[in-house]
Design a protein around this ligand. Sequence first.
Ligand SMILES: CC/C=C/CC(=O)SCCNC(=O)CCNC(=O)[C@H](O)C(C)(C)COP(=O)(O)OP(=O)(O)OC[C@H]1O[C@@H](n2cnc3c(N)ncnc32)[C@H](O)[C@@H]1OP(=O)(O)O
Length: 684
Amino acid sequence: MAKYSRVSESVGLITLQNPPVNALSAAVRQGIVDTVERALSDPKVKSVVICGQNGIFCGGADIKEFGTNMSGPLLVPMIHAIEAANKPVVAAIEGSALGGGLELALGCHYRIAHSKARLGLPEVTLGLLPAAGGTQRLPRLIGVPAALDLITTGKPLDARRISTYPCPRPSDLDALFEGVMEKVRQSARGAIAPVACVQAVRAAATQPYTQGMEREKELMATLFTSGQARALQYCFFAQRAVSRWSMPNGARWDTSKPRPVHKAAVIGLGTMGRGITVALAQTGLSVIAVETQEKQLMDAKQAVSGMLERGARRRGVAPALDKISYSHDIQAVADVDLVIEAVFEDMGLKKKVFQQLASICRPGTFLCTNTSALDVDHLASQTHNPELVVGMHFFAPAHVMKLLEVVYGPRSSPQAVATAMQLGKKMGKVSVAVGNCPGFVGNRMLKPYMEQAFFLLEEGATPELVDRALEEFGFPMGVFRMSDLSGLDVGWRVRKGDGLAEPGAPSGQPARIRQGRRYSPLGDLLCEQGRFGQKTGQGWYQYNKPGSQVARSDPWLHSFLEGYRAQHGLVARRIDNQEVLDRCLYALINEGFRILEDGIAAGPEDIDMIYVFGYGWPRHRGGPMFYASMVGLGKVLERLEHYHQAHPDVPYLKPCSLLWRLVASGSPPLHKWREVIRKLHSQL
Ligand SMILES: CC/C=C/CC(=O)SCCNC(=O)CCNC(=O)[C@H](O)C(C)(C)COP(=O)(O)OP(=O)(O)OC[C@H]1O[C@@H](n2cnc3c(N)ncnc32)[C@H](O)[C@@H]1OP(=O)(O)O
C-alpha cells in the first residue's frame, strides 16, 4: 500500500507501507500508481516526495511473489511514469533502498539519502538482474565502472556525498568490459546472473536508452525462469528460516528464551580457539582466552592481536584488543557466562576439560564444545548439569566462516540451544540447530562424498579429474584440493580412532574391506608417507614448499596410484565428469535424506544452509537437498540404485527409506517434505 498526504500546502507525500521492509508487492505498486496520479493531477501540488514508513525506504520487489502469477502494475512502466512526470519527484531515502526500491529512486528526479542509508542492487544474489531500468539508469548516473561494481556484486553501499565520488571516465570501454567479464566469470563459478549483469550494463554504455532497456528485459526474461534464480531465492528464505529452529522434543525458537552472554571463555588456543576468540571479541564480548602451554599461549596472543588489528583496519574501527584477557590457568573462567572448549579433537582430553569446567564454573554457566564430530552427550555426562551443554561447531577460520552448527544432545535444555543460537547470530553467523550424531550434519554427509572420491581413484580417476568435475559444478575447491588444505592427517586420526586405518595393509581385495564394507586405504597410505597436504608440501598434489597454496599435479602420485591398482588387481577404466558428480553428490545427498529421517536436521533448509555456508556448495544450486529436488527425486533414486547394484559393498549408495517414501508419494516439492517426514516418524 502507499499512503498519500499533502504537506506544506504544495508537496504531495507518498509513503510506502508494507511491513517489515516495504517490499513492492502488487498492492504497493498499485498504491504508487494511484498516489502518483493523484499528486500529478492536483493543481495545488508542485512537487512530490516518495518515502517509506518505519525507517526503511524499500527492500525491493516482493520476493515471495516471484514464483506466483504476478498481478498488479508492472515496475518498468510505473517507474517510467514517475520519470516522465511534469512535477519534480524526490526519493527521500532512510534505511535501505534495495533492488526495485533503488530502481524506483533512480526513476525519481532527485534522491536525498540519510547518512546511514544503504543503497544497493542485490538482484544478482537472487539469480536476477535489476530489470526495472537499474542496469540502464545507474551507469548513466554514476558511470559505468561504479555501476558495474554495484550491479555485478549486489553489495550495498552507504549513502555518500557526491563530492567524494571519483569522476567516472573509462578510457577504453572494450578493455573495461572484457576485464570485468573475466573477473566476474571467475568469481561467479557458473552463476549466470553476474554475467547477464555485465551484458546489460554494456548495453547501457553502448546503446541508446530504449535499446538498452530492451536488452535488459531480454536478459531478465532468461534469468527469471532459470533454475539458478529459483535456487538463490530459495537460499534467501532458507537462510532466514533456519533461525526458526525446533527440536524433536517440541522445543522451539519462539518459546525458548536465551540468556544474555556478556563474558565468555575459550579453552584451547589452536587454530580454532584463536578464530573463536577473535569472533567473540569483535562481537563486543569480554573473553578469557585459556591455553595451558606457555609457549602456545604467547604465540596465540600474538596471532589473535594480529587478526584483530587486520580486521579492524579493514572495517575502519579500533581493534578490540582490550576485550581479551589471556591465562594459562583454567581457574580464570570461574565467573564467565559461557565457555567454548576448543582443545585438540580427542575425547579423553575433552572429557577431562569438561570435568574441570564442571567444578570450576559458577552454577548456570553454559558449557559448549567446538568438537566437529565427537559425542556431545558423552561430554555432557561429565558435568553435573548436562542440560547446560551444547556443541558450538565453528568452521575454520572461525572469525571468517559464516556457519555455526549448534548441536543439541538429548539432555540439552531449550535455553542452552536458544543462547548458543543467539550468540551465533550476534557473531554474524548463520546458526543452524542440529541433533547429536557422529559428524553432526556437515561432516556426516562429507564422509560418503569423500569415500566415493577415493573409490573413483581406485577405479581409474585422478585427483585432478575428480576436482575439475566438482569445481566445474561450482565448488570453490574439489575434494582433494580441500583435503590438502585441511590436512590429510585429520581424517587419518579419525579413521584410526574408528579402528579403520591399519598400517601396512596386504594386497588384494581383503585389504579393501574393513568392518564388512568396501574401504579405500589410499588416504592412510599417503599419511604413512608423511604426505599431509599443503602443510608438508605434498598430499594429493605437490607444492613448491610446505605451506604453499599453489597445487601442482604430482607425477609421483599418479605412479603411486598405478602401483596401488596393480597391487590390488584393479583395472583402471575411463571415468567421466558425470559419474564423478553422480557418485559423489548423490552419496552425499542420500546421507542428507538419512539425516532427515533420523531427525538430526529439522528440515532440508537446515542441511542446505550448512552446505552453502560451511562447505562451499554453490549457492546458485541452492544446497544439496534443493539440488536433489531440482534434479528430480526419481532420478536421484534411480542413479543411487544403479550405483548400489554396481557396488553392493558400499552401504552409502543404498537409497534410504525416506527417499523411497518421497518418490512413492509423488516426489512432493521440498517445502512439503516435512509432512512426509512427520508421517514417517509417527509410524516409527
Ligand atoms: C520483477 C523482478 C524485480 C526484481 C527486483 C528486486 O527488487 S529483487 C529484490 C531485491 N531486494 C532484496 O534482495 C532485498 C532483500 N532483503 C534484505 O536484504 C533485507 O531483508 C533488508 C531489506 C536489508 C532488511 O534486513 P533485516 O535484517 O532488517 O531483516 P530481514 O532480512 O530479517 O527481513 C525481515 C523479513 O522481511 C522479509 N523480506 C525482506 N526483504 C524482502 C523482499 N524483498 N521481499 C519479500 N520479503 C522480504 C524477510 O524474509 C524477513 O521475513 P521473515 O518472515 O522474518 O523471514
